[in-house]
Design a protein around this ligand. Structure first.
Ligand SMILES: NC(=O)c1ccc[n+]([C@@H]2O[C@H](COP(=O)([O-])OP(=O)(O)OC[C@H]3O[C@@H](n4cnc5c(N)ncnc54)[C@H](O)[C@@H]3O)[C@@H](O)[C@H]2O)c1
Length: 395
């Protein structure tokens, strides 16, 4: 691997000194500086003095309920928090400086003061919990993934969002990483043209299981957790995967031995090749078995240019501002590449401005469901399978 990296750096350095047949050779490295300057000048401006009354649920191994800065946002009042486990509930109250709690999400949603809920519970419960929130007339933001291995759940969730007309947002962290966010702006400005090919990668090596609520992570099919990867196509283009062929690998960890997990899943690693609605392809993976590798990243290659990390090379000279929206003073950018604060800010602002949030139900399902189909393909030795489509109604 290190040989490849050295080759790659060398290759990029050479590219930096070459004429690329009319293509811009300076790339986003120079543009990124400009974007940062602009970001420095751009300061957060309140769109309203209104405080959205929020409930927060889930303070598990990742302490996610308190990790997005809702408690620090000037347009938020954290009305109540919840976790089923008393010690965690108290921890979440303290972390969010909130004096009110409920013993469960099911009790919290009955509080009529609450307008919106952040669901940071275990992944298998997300869809059910979000529907519970929506059915109690509240907006919802959920941790990833939107649904857990079930197309039926995806359809029920979509129906509930459409029926209630409330805001639904999936807090997909890669979507708000600086590189992915910049790729989206450049794509929209035509800087890539159609994507010929893209890659999204979520490597998370762990030979020992991560303890989670009711052990949901033990033996988990890798691409049931696809969104950190798929964001590098769907989150960039707003386009869709149409079919998939996927290959699985077993790194020999005990939880993935035959019959050792509740998912009957034999794979620690899955690598999928998708066809896209633009006529291109995407290689998306989730791997737990590659010794020591833990990273979330992606790259895109289009007719008019390509981008990896902060490096854009392409035919577009005037790139748009690629920086993420500024945050209110006191709201930390937070973890996963500084994506947490921007995600919470986007959700709250979408409620105040009464507009769709960036990762709405259609984008959330378009990032989540293709991974479920990819796992099916891996179980069938890479058979090509069509991917269900989730497209917003026109207008
Ligand atoms: N980069 C990312 O986007 C990222 C990273 C880490 C975790 N996550 C997601 O964040 C979520 C939380 O992760 P975790 O590892 O902390 O989960 P976890 O399984 O450790 O904890 C889930 C918590 O939810 C609580 N809970 C479950 N049902 C509840 C109910 N009905 N009412 C109140 N509380 C309830 C449980 O008591 C538990 O404390 C997961 O869905 C995970 O997929 C996303």
């Amino acid at each position: 691997m290190s040989d490849n990296l050295i080759y790659r750096r060398d290759f990029l350095q050479k590219l930096g000194t070459m004429s690329l047949g009319g293509f811009v050779a300076n790339g986003l490295s120079a543009q990124a500086v400009g974007a940062q300057k602009k970001q420095g000048r751009r300061t957060w401006k309140p769109v309203s003095k209104r405080k959205v009354r929020v409930g927060i649920v889930g303070y598990g191994v990742c302490r996610f309920g308190a990790a997005f800065g809702f408690q620090d946002h000037p347009n938020v009042e954290v009305v109540a928090v919840s976790d089923l486990i008393g010690e965690r509930r108290r921890g979440l109250m303290k972390a969010c400086r909130c004096g009110n709690s409920y013993e469960s999400l099911e009790m919290l949603v009955k509080d009529t003061k609450i307008e919106a809920v952040f669901v940071a519970t275990d992944a298998p419960s997300h869809a059910r919990h979000c529907m519970e929130v929506l059915n109690h007339d509240k907006h919802v933001m959920t941790a990833v993934p939107a649904v857990f291995g079930s197309i039926e759940q995806a359809e029920q969730l979509l129906e509930t969002v459409e029926k209630t007309g409330l805001k639904y947002m999936m807090a997909e962290t890669s979507s708000f990483r600086a590189d992915c966010y910049a790729m989206r702006q450049i794509y929209r400005a035509g800087g890539f043209g159609r994507l010929v090919y893209s890659e999204g990668e979520y490597f998370h090596y762990h030979s020992k299981p991560i303890g989670s609520f009711k052990d949901w992570r033990i033996g988990l099919p890798p691409l049931w957790y696809p969104t950190h990867s798929t964001a590098y196509y769907v989150g960039v283009t707003g386009k869709r995967f149409t079919s998939v062929s996927c290959v699985g690998f077993n790194a020999g960890f005990p939880a993935y031995k035959s019959g050792a997990n509740k998912y009957d899943n034999p794979f620690t690693d899955e690598v999928a090749l998708f066809q896209t609605s633009e006529g291109g392809s995407s290689r998306m993976l989730m791997c737990k078995g590659i010794g020591g590798l833990v990273v979330e990243r992606g790259r895109v290659f289009g007719e008019r240019g390509w981008m990896e990390g902060t490096e854009y090379r392409g035919a577009t000279k005037d790139l748009p501002d690629t920086s993420r929206p500024p945050l209110p003073p006191g709201v930390p950018a937070g973890g996963h590449g500084g994506s947490h604060g921007p995600l919470a800010n986007e959700f709250i602002t979408s409620i105040i401005e009464d507009r769709e949030p960036m990762v709405n139900i259609y984008e959330a399902l378009a990032m989540t469901v293709p991974g479920i189909i990819a796992h099916k393909s891996a179980l069938k030795d890479g058979e090509t399978i069509k991917v269900p489509q989730y497209t917003p109604p026109r207008g």
